[in-house]
Design a protein around this ligand. Structure first.
Ligand code: GAP
Length: 425
C-alpha cells in the first residue's frame, strides 16, 4: 500500500489535497496521470452502462439541491454512522469499526451517538437570509428528482435505467486508507427502474450484481480478489431492502468497492413520483441500483496492477503497473533511440505526431533507452515504440510490450492499426 501511494505521488497519479498548506484530511487531488486513469475508468463505465445498451440514458444533476430533497429521501434523519469518543484522548471513531476500545490509545469509548454524514453549505448573499443546503451525500437523488423529466423528455419505457457519474460528499468520521474513505469522492451509479414484482426484481438484482463484477474482471481485476458480501439487517442503508457489496481484497482487508441495492419504491414514493404505462395504469416502480466509487475503483485498479519484478541486470527491481490498456493513462510512448541524432529525432517526432491524433501518446528522449522503458513500465504504458537507424532504412520500428518486455518490428504505416488492434483485444 505504501509503495503504491508513493508511486502514485512520485509519478503524478494522486497528491494529498492542499498539500502546500499541510494537506486537508479526507481530500485528494489527482495529478496528470491520475486524471487520465479516472477518466478512462469513467469512459469504460459509461460505455458499458449507456452506449452499449438500448435501455439506459444518462443525466448530470446539480450537486446542491433544494434541501427538501434530503428531507424526503430520509437522509437528514437516517444518513448516519455511530460515533464514539475516547474518554482519554478524545479522538472520535466509528463505533461499529472500533471494536469496543479506542484504536489510538486503547481508552474507554463513550456510548455511540448517531452522527449525520451530510455536509452542510450555506447559499445566499445576505447573512440573515442564507439558506442551509447540503452537498449531495449520494449522487442518486439527482436521478430520482429528474425521473419525471426523463420519462417525459425521452422515449424510455420500463424497464429502463438512468446512469450518472459525479461527486458526492460525506462528513466521514474517520477518512483514511489513502483515498479509500474520503470526504469528497466520485460515484458512478445506475438506477434501474422496473415493475414492482418480487421475482423479476430478484432476477434483475442478480443480473446487475454479476454484470458489475464482470466489468471489473474484464478490466483486469483478478477474480480471486473480488467477492460478494450481503449486508446483514443492521448494516443496510435506510433505503435498502437488500444490499450486496462487491468487495476487493485490499492490503487493509476485504473492502467495499461497489454496492448493489434493491431500493424498492422507497425513493420514488417519498418524492411522490409515479410511472404511467402505455394503458395509462399508474404505479411506483422499484429500483435496482449499482453504485460504484470512481476513486475506490482507481485505487484498487492501481493496487491490482502494481508488480515488482526482482530481475534486472542492474539488480534494481522493475516496477510494472500492469493496468488494462484501456485504463492506462498513455497507450503508447515514442522514443528516438538516441536524442542527439537529429535524423532519428525528426523521424520519431513525425511518428509521434501521427499517433497523437489517435491515442494519448508519451514522448521521451531523456537518458538511455532502458531507463525510458522502466519509466513507462512504472506508469503502465502498454507499448513503447523506438525509432532507430533501421527505421531510417526500412520504415520499421520496434514495439516493446510492457508485460513481456518482448519486442516486435512493425512497419510505420501499419503502426496505428497494429496498436488499435492490440487495444481492442
Ligand atoms: N447511492 C447508493 C450509495 O451511495 P454507498 O454504498 O453508500 O451507496 C456507493 O456508496 C459507493 O460509493 C461505495 O461502494 C464506494 O465505492 C463509494 N463511496 C462511498 N463512500 C465513500 C467515501 N467516503 N470515500 C470514497 N468512496 C466512497
Amino acid at each position: 500500500m505504501e509503495r503504491v501511494s508513493a508511486l502514485a505521488k512520485r509519478r503524478g497519479f494522486i497528491y494529498q489535497g492542499s498539500e502546500i498548506y499541510g494537506g486537508f484530511k479526507g481530500f485528494w487531488d489527482y495529478g496528470p496521470l491520475g486524471t487520465e486513469l479516472k477518466n478512462n475508468i469513467k469512459r469504460q463505465w459509461w460505455k458499458s452502462m449507456v452506449y452499449d445498451r438500448d435501455d439506459v440514458v444518462g443525466v448530470d444533476a446539480a450537486i446542491i439541491m433544494n434541501p427538501k430533497v434530503w428531507e424526503a429521501s430520509g437522509h437528514t434523519q437516517a444518513f448516519t454512522d455511530p460515533l464514539a469518543e475516547c474518554k482519554a484522548c478524545h479522538h472520535r471513531f466509528r463505533a461499529d469499526k472500533a471494536e469496543g476500545k479506542c484504536p489510538d490509545c486503547g481508552g474507554e469509548l463513550t456510548e455511540p451517538k448517531k452522527f449525520n454524514l451530510l455536509t452542510e453549505v450555506y447559499i445566499g448573499t445576505v447573512e440573515e437570509s442564507k439558506v442551509k443546503a447540503y452537498l449531495r451525500g449520494e449522487i442518486t437523488q439527482g436521478v430520482f428528482v429528474n425521473f419525471r423529466n426523463v420519462v417525459d423528455s425521452t422515449r424510455v419505457k420500463i424497464p429502463f435505467g438512468i446512469a450518472q457519474i459525479g461527486k458526492a460528499f460525506r462528513n466521514e468520521i474517520t477518512p483514511g486508507n489513502f483515498t479509500f474513505r474520503s470526504i469528497e469522492f466520485e460515484q458512478m451509479e445506475l438506477e434501474y427502474f422496473i415493475e414492482p414484482n418480487e421475482g423479476p426484481a430478484d432476477k434483475t438484482f442478480d443480473y446487475w450484481k454479476d454484470a458489475r463484477k464482470n466489468w471489473y474482471t474484464g478490466l483486469g481485476i483478478k477474480k480471486e480478489n473480488l467477492r460478494f458480501r450481503e449486508h446483514e439487517e443492521h448494516e443496510k442503508a435506510h433505503y435498502a431492502r437488500k444490499a450486496v457489496d462487491i468487495e476487493y481484497q485490499a492490503p487493509f482487508g476485504w473492502s467495499e468497492l461497489e454496492g448493489i441495492h434493491h431500493r424498492g419504491d422507497f425513493d420514488l414514493k417519498n418524492h411522490n413520483l409515479e410511472y404511467k404505462d402505455e394503458d395509462g395504469k399508474g404505479y411506483t416502480p422499484w429500483v435496482i441500483e449499482t453504485s460504484g466509487g470512481v476513486d475506490r475503483a482507481a485505487l484498487f485498479f492501481l493496487i491490482n496492477a502494481y508488480h515488482e519484478d526482482p530481475s534486472t541486470n542492474s539488480g534494481q527491481g522493475r516496477v510494472v503497473l500492469k493496468l488494462h490498456p484501456l485504463l492506462a493513462p498513455y497507450k503508447v510512448a515514442v522514443f528516438p533511440l538516441l536524442a542527439n541524432k537529429e535524423e532519428l529525432v525528426k523521424k520519431a517526432r513525425e511518428i509521434y505526431q501521427t499517433l497523437k491524433g489517435k491515442f494519448y501518446v508519451a514522448w521521451d528522449a531523456r537518458g538511455n533507452i532502458g531507463k525510458r522503458y522502466f519509466a513507462q513500465d512504472e506508469i503502465g504504458t502498454p507499448w513503447c515504440v523506438t525509432i532507430d537507424f533501421t527505421t531510417l532504412d526500412d520504415e520499421t520500428v520496434t514495439v516493446r510490450d510492457r508485460d513481456t518486455a518482448k519486442q516486435e518490428r512493425v512497419s510505420v504505416d501499419k503502426l496505428p492499426s497494429y496498436l488499435q488492434n492490440k487495444l481492442e483485444q
